[in-house]
Every structure is written in structure tokens, then in C-alpha cells.
Design a protein around this ligand. Structure first.
Ligand code: HSE
Length: 310
């Protein structure tokens, strides 16, 4: 029986000002998923880690994504999925997207690439719906396409891959859990025109900064006047982390996805390490456990690491 194994990356959604429309993939951490055809109908899930994620396909993000794919595969009975997570669920760096994106990319490889990347995003969004109650693609798209992606629209899907300069990413994950569904529920449903103008100036500036490889413009545009003021109250030490990281040399940053992780972008590896030290100092002072990741933007997205007959 053929088995395909992939590594599926963590992602940073929103990229501060681009709520639900911007995201990028990271070179670490990554989940590992393997898939094979099954004679059992539907999706059989085998968890190979200690997170106790649901094994009922409908309740599992990989399972829901694969079930959506199976709807369009009258000739396939089922899949068996093996999942080994390294991205902690609820961390804010796209754990559910890594599960959903990894599963559909692996299955597509098994199917000799019957589907386009846009189809895979469409299937994987069913997984995001299980995780957060809504379909959003700002983690899924960068996980599948790699690099920085702009989701201009999800209905219909319109995904644009953006060129970007070399960027180093530092992430701190304070060990509290923020559920994406909760972090969405607290958001205001109305935005003032004044804030909207500021926000779309920043989004346009950030996209232009990426395309023109203009680090200063990227830094100036990493400002969120709509989502961050509401969500940051859920993250202890947020303001201090942000200002100390900028003092340590970061271009800027903010909440990763719906939090609680905070990410910072830097121009070079030395600055990214100085930013990590600044993050650690804040959480050591507060006395809150944390994990950090110092990495770069992943240009490839989900990667096939093995495809063999076992
Ligand atoms: N755009 C989503 C949100 C990302 O901020 O709710 C969740 O990771």
C-alpha cells in the first residue's frame, strides 16, 4: 500500500494589519502527517502524539478536510491518516491549518495531483471551520503555497502569492491557550471610518513593502488599530514584549493569528536572536512559561518527505 508523508508548516496569520487576508509560512515548527488509501469508508485517524485530538473524522480538522475532498472522489473509498503534531494546538501559529493543509496535500500526492492548490485550500478550509467555527484561509493558503500570501477573497477563492525580502521571524508562545473561536467572538462588528482608513493604509503599505523589499515600509506598516487593541488584553505582557522587541531591533510585529503567540520580524538573524532574548526577559519577569521559535519564512509550504510502498 502506497504511503505519502509530508511536513506541514506553522504559519503566522493576519501579519498584524491584514486580519483574515494575509499570512506567511514558517520553516519551523512543522507537523508530520502520513496518508494511505483505506478500504474502510471515510477517514480513519491515528494520532501519534500526546495531544488527544479527536479521532472522529467530522470532529478532526484533518478529517473534515479529507471528508470534503472525498466528496469529489467517487472512486476512492477512504484514507488512513497518521498525525504527529509538533505545533501545539491553540498556540496561534496555525496548528489546525498545518493539520488540514498537510492532510490534503499528502492525499493529493497519493492521487497523483488531481487537484489544484486552490482546490486544496477549499478542502482544508473545512478543517478550519471545525477549529474556529468559520472558514478562513490566512493560515491554510501560506501553508499550502508557501511564502507570503494575500487572500483577496475566499468566496470565490482568490489567492495571490507575494514576493518578500529575506525576513527572520521570532515567535514567543506564552503557555496559555486562546481559542480562535473565543478570540473572534470578542471582536467588534463595526469599525469607524477613521480606523478603516488607517488600517487599509497599513495593509497597502505592508504589501508594497514586501514587493519592494522595503524593510522600513514593512516596519511602519506593522500596525493594527482594529483587532490588536481588543485581543491584546488576552495576552499577558503583550505591550512590553512589543516595545522591548522593537528596542532590540525588530522591524515590528504583533499577535500571531488569534494569539497567544506574538511574532516579530527582523532583517537579519542576529536581530532575531536579540528579539528572542527580549521576549524571554519579559516572560521570565512575569513568571509565565513560554516557548520561542527563531526561524525564517518558508517559501515551499507543505513538503513531501516520503512517498513509498510499505
Ligand atoms: N485570521 C484568523 C483570526 C487567524 O485572527 O481569527 C486564526 O489563526
Amino acid at each position: 500500500m502506497k504511503k505519502v508523508t509530508v511536513h506541514s508548516p506553522a504559519t503566522v496569520a493576519n501579519v498584524v494589519c491584514g486580519f483574515d487576508i494575509l499570512g506567511f509560512a514558517l520553516n519551523s515548527p512543522m507537523d508530520e502527517l502520513s496518508i494511505a488509501f483505506s478500504d474502510e469508508p471515510g477517514v480513519t485517524i491515528i494520532n501519534e502524539d500526546d495531544y488527544s485530538l479527536p479521532t472522529k473524522a467530522e470532529d478532526n480538522v484533518s478529517g473534515a478536510a479529507l471528508l470534503a475532498m472525498l466528496e469529489e472522489l467517487p472512486d476512492v473509498k477512504g484514507f488512513t491518516l497518521y498525525s504527529k503534531k509538533n505545533i501545539k494546538p491553540g498556540s496561534g501559529i496555525g496548528s489546525s491549518a498545518a493539520s488540514a493543509a498537510g492532510a490534503v496535500v499528502a492525499a493529493n500526492h497519493l492521487l497523483e495531483n488531481r487537484f489544484t492548490n486552490a482546490d486544496l485550500v477549499r478542502f482544508a478550509m473545512f478543517g478550519e471551520k471545525v477549529a474556529s467555527g468559520v472558514k478562513h484561509a490566512d493560515n491554510i493558503a501560506p501553508a499550502i503555497y508557501g511564502g507570503v500570501t494575500l487572500i483577496r477573497s475566499i468566496f470565490p477563492l482568490d489567492i495571490i502569492s507575494l514576493d518578500a525580502p529575506e525576513l527572520h521571524v521570532t515567535v514567543v508562545h506564552p503557555q496559555i491557550e486562546v481559542r480562535t473561536s473565543d478570540a473572534r467572538q470578542i471582536l467588534k462588528q463595526k469599525v469607524s471610518l477613521k480606523d478603516a482608513i488607517k488600517q487599509w493604509g497599513n495593509i497597502a503599505g505592508l504589501v508594497a513593502g514586501f514587493l519592494q523589499h522595503d524593510y522600513d515600509l514593512i516596519g511602519r506598516s506593522l500596525e493594527d488599530v482594529i483587532i490588536e487593541p481588543v485581543r491584546s488584553i488576552l495576552i499577558p505582557g503583550f505591550d512590553e514584549v512589543k516595545s522591548n522587541c522593537k528596542d532590540a531591533g525588530a522591524l515590528g510585529g504583533g499577535i500571531s493569528g488569534s494569539g497567544p503567540s506574538i511574532f516579530m520580524l527582523s532583517k537579519d538573524a542576529a536581530a532575531a536572536l536579540a528579539v528572542e532574548t527580549a521576549m524571554k526577559e519579559v516572560y521570565n519577569k512575569i513568571g509565565l512559561a513560554y516557548h520561542t521559535h527563531v526561524t525564517t519564512i518558508n517559501k515551499q509550504g507543505v513538503k513531501i518527505v516520503a512517498s513509498d510502498n510499505s
